[in-house]
Design a protein around this ligand. Structure first.
Ligand code: AMP
Length: 112
């Protein structure tokens, strides 16, 4: 499968790792949009939130549970924003489920 995040999981593409466990990987976004910008992904390929079902929701939950660990690792003591883009209108560009974790400054109130 030609998925850049699967290649990162497989160690075929280098990345700046923030957190890893059996099911989840968190790494720094290559084009950060905030002082801290981390991507948290399930290691298993799931296209997006829109493709979640009862079977795969558990993997998404493991990725969600890793977010506070990645946030602590990055020193995000004052809060942060979690975003997941879905499909064309959501401007998703990598079709492997990922949660953006943005912080390190006061973020704007508006999200769109
Ligand atoms: P999205 O547009 O929501 O699908 O987010 C994809 C994100 O992946 C973007 O913020 C990209 O900057 C990031 N990205 C793409 N390739 C890499 C990579 N090799 N390492 C780290 N982040 C990446």
């Amino acid at each position: 499968m030609d998925c850049i995040f699967c290649k990162i999981v497989a160690g075929e593409i280098p990345t700046s790792k923030v957190y890893e466990d059996e099911h989840v990987l968190a790494f720094k976004d290559i084009h950060p949009q905030a002082p801290v910008h981390v991507l948290v992904i399930p290691k298993t390929h799931i296209e997006s939130v829109d493709k979640l079902d009862d079977a795969t929701a558990e993997l998404a939950a493991k990725a969600l549970a890793a977010i506070p660990k990645a946030a602590r690792e990055m020193g995000l003591t004052e809060g942060y924003r979690v975003i997941t883009n879905v499909g064309r209108h959501g401007c998703q560009s990598v079709f492997h489920l990922h949660f953006h974790v943005l912080g390190g400054k006061q973020l704007p109130e508006r999200m769109s």
